[in-house]
Design a protein around this ligand. Structure first.
Ligand code: C2E
Ligand code: MG
Ligand code: MG
Length: 698
């Protein structure tokens, strides 16, 4: 932005400068012209004129002396004077020829030739005759008169010319002077205005200058601030860029990791489920094109949970790692082993030509996995169960083949573990049946048709019924009576165990209260609990509510829990146990002996009853070892102040042996099968019959 004042001052200033220069130049011209006039006047005008006047005088003198000397030839003195004057003229003609003035004269029209010719002619006229005739006298007179006239004319001409030049010069000088004068005036006027303007703007300029200084000051300040900010910003950006780069590489690493995590199982480094599916599908595509077979093996470790429970999760992980290594050692190149989840592994064996080659690989796997594992000094044997499907025989989609291999694996487990099973269509039917059962269960929950059966628990020392275990039954319209062993695990898987468990608890407590009221018998009711219930519900709260609603005393209720639930070292579950015990509810360990709980472990738990698993009871009259085990359990329980109940007592002999070993609480088909409510109530009225049976054995 240019200040308009400044613009004007520049214009005015430059105009002023131009005028001054012009006036100086014109002054110079005036000066030069005047100088010129002076010098030319002196050299080129004054001298030649003086010269010409001298010359004319000499001519006139010569003419006069000639007139005096002639035609009277006797006057010698006059002739001598005339001759002298003529000589002067001759020397004059010479000097014109040589001198600088002469040059000026000749160049300005003086006829030197005419002068010389005339002088020669005069000499001729006078020397020819030696006597001056009147004719020659007249001739000389005429020549002289001609010379005088010419000199005069020349002078006149010169004078006129000079005057003209002089005048012209003067006019020029005057003109120069006039314009110079005008310029000077203009300079003055302009100078005046400039001075005026300067005086006026000086103040403004001063103020403007100060303002400008201030402005520049603040601008500089703000500039330096902005500069600093910019510097900071640049630094910030640089840092951000560095951070960005860092985070980018971190993202890259994380991505890589995520990909690895997606594709590989972090624990065993085997292929993940995702990568497995991918590879399996690839294998199927390849096999379709070269019409070979692909085998899919679904492998589950037998009793892996026991290892986890007894030796801890880190040992469980160790076992899985070792299993992965063993699997890898057996596989051929091109085979894929993946960890499918938990203790489940899947294997792809492509390029299969005959079933025997699958069987060969499987036998090697089972051999390898069957070898004992060394886990922290413990030699542990863990076998595996394998289900197999073959493409394209068993299906042509990865999902189908997987599902069927899974079913086959379950079948292998059912068949006694450490085993393998090729998929058959019947298995598929079983899997379908399970699915069907699931949906049936969902329907059932909306309007429960379950029934509770009660199996009495007898004190064999006096034959009295001390209580009963509530066992659920599911009478299905089309499927018939469904065993809890079939539907309880399913209900646990799909969380329907929670409403079912609640239903059972209410029913059992209600019925127990009823017996107490009607028969005056304070029986203890035993209810089976699933671990899932403790994980997902607040059981003490539920139990208190149920006891409240039904009016049953807490001491009349025993909850049965499995060993596994105890070992899952879950703080919430444990505190629920404590709470239940504190309100007076009993806790029994069901199927004791089948799990891995150590006896000393029980010491720390708020348990009141041990129920010895029926597999031991069944063996007591056949194997000595079973009897020894049962004896140990009984004595250990008594030292821990726990009551013992023997489950699955089927014969009088078993009851007698147990009673002889101080186990007087028994439950089993020998006394009664689980009974429907009405039947159980009838059974209650025949109390006391069974004591005789037991004593008869002894
Ligand atoms: P459990 O708690 O060990 O119940 C004992 C099972 O052994 C019952 O099978 C019973 O009928 C059977 N039993 C009793 N005495 C004898 C005998 O002398 N010989 C033989 N061979 N078996 C005998 P049930 O009723 O089929 O129940 C199977 C399992 O289902 C139960 O085992 C229990 O774990 C579970 N269960 C039953 N009812 C419920 C329930 O309401 N809730 C939960 N969570 N589980 C239940
Ligand atoms: Mg039970
Ligand atoms: Mg049991």
């Amino acid at each position: 932005m240019i200040n308009p004042n400044f613009k004007y001052s520049v214009i005015i200033g430059s105009a002023f400068l131009v005028v001054i220069i012009a006036s100086i130049v014109s002054s110079f011209f005036v000066y030069r012209e005047v100088q010129d006039i002076q010098s030319t006047h002196h050299h080129h005008q004054v001298q030649p004129l003086l010269f010409m006047q001298q010359y004319e005088y000499e001519l006139l003198r010569t003419a006069t002396t000639f007139s005096e000397a002639y035609p009277i030839p006797d006057n010698n003195e006059s002739q001598q004077i005339f001759s002298n004057w003529l000589n002067v003229l001759w020397s004059r003609s010479e000097s014109i020829d040589e001198g600088p003035v002469g040059v000026v004269l000749v160049t300005n029209g003086f006829d030197l030739e005419h002068l010389k010719q005339s002088l020669k002619r005069i000499d001729q006229q006078l020397n020819q005759t030696q006597r001056v005739t009147i004719e020659s006298y007249k001739a000389v007179k005429k020549i002289l008169a001609g010379l005088i006239e010419a000199a005069h004319a020349y002078q006149q001409h010169r004078n006129l010319l000079y005057r003209e030049i002089y005048l012209e010069r003067q006019i020029k000088v005057m003109e120069y002077f006039r314009s110079n004068f005008l310029l000077q005036m203009l300079t003055l006027i302009l100078g005046f205005f400039v001075a005026l303007y300067l005086a006026r703007t000086n103040k403004k300029l001063l103020g403007f200058g100060i303002k400008l200084e201030e402005l520049v000051g603040t601008r500089t300040k703000s500039l330096s601030i902005t500069n600093n900010k910019l510097k900071d910003e640049i630094e910030e950006r640089r840092l951000t860029e560095v951070r960005l780069l860092e985070s980018q590489s971190q993202i890259e690493i994380a991505k890589q990791k995520a990909e690895n995590r997606m594709n590989f199982d972090p624990l065993t480094a085997l292929a993940s489920r995702t990568l497995f599916i991918d590879r399996f599908e690839q294998a199927l595509i390849r096999s379709r094109s070269d019409s070979t077979q692909v085998a899919l093996l679904f492998l589950d470790l037998d009793r892996f949970k026991n290892v986890n429970d007894t030796l801890g999760h880190s040992m469980g992980d160790e076992l899985l790692k070792m299993t992965a290594q063993r699997l890898n050692s057996v596989l051929r190149e091109g085979d894929t082993a993946a960890r499918f989840g938990g203790d489940e592994f899947t294997l792809i064996l492509p390029d299969i030509k005959q079933v025997s080659s699958i069987e060969y690989v499987i036998s090697r796997i089972l051999d390898e996995l069957g070898k004992p594992y060394n886990l922290a000094g413990n030699s542990t044997v863990v076998s595996a169960s394998i289900g197999i499907t073959v493409f394209p025989k068993d299906g042509d989609a990865a999902e189908t083949l997987l599902r069927k291999a899974d079913s086959a694996m379950y079948k292998a487990k059912e068949n006694g573990r450490n085993n393998y099973q090729f998929f058959t269509e019947q298995m598929d039917a079983a899997a379908h049946a399970r699915l069907a059962l699931e949906s049936e269960l969902h329907k059932e929950i909306e309007k429960p048709q379950f029934e509770l059966y009660y199996q009495p628990i007898i004190n064999t020392s006096n034959g009295l019924i001390v209580g009963a275990e509530a066992l659920i039954r599911w009478p299905h319209e089309t499927l018939g009576m469904i065993s809890p062993e079939v539907f309880i695990p399913i209900a646990e898987d799909i969380d329907l165990i929670l409403p079912i468990g609640e239903w059972v608890l209410y029913r059992a407590c209600r019925d127990a209260k009823h017996w107490q009221n009607s028969a005056g018998k304070p029986l203890t009711i035993t209810v089976n609990m699933s671990s899932r219930q403790f994980q997902k519900q607040n059981i003490p709260q539920l139990v208190s509510k149920v006891l409240d609603v039904t009016g049953l005393a807490a001491e009349r209720l025993v909850l049965e829990i499995t060993e596994r639930l105890l070992i899952e070292d879950n703080q919430s579950t444990l505190s629920q146990f404590e709470e239940l015990r504190s309100i007076g509810v009993g806790l029994a360990i069901d199927d004791f002996g089948t799990g891995f709980s150590s006896l000393s472990y029980l010491n720390k738990l708020p348990i009141s009853i041990l129920k010895i698993d029926r597999s031991f009871i069944q063996g007591i009259n056949e194997h000595n070892s079973s009897l020894e085990l049962v004896k140990t359990i009984i004595s250990m329980a008594s030292s821990l102040n726990l009551r013992v109940i023997a489950e699955g007592v089927e014969t009088r002999q078993q009851g007698a042996i147990l009673s002889a070993n101080q186990c007087v609480l028994c439950q089993g088909y020998f006394f009664s099968k689980p009974l429907a409510l009405a039947d159980f109530e009838r059974y209650l009225q025949q109390e006391g019959q069974h004591i005789d049976n037991i004593s008869k054995v002894e």
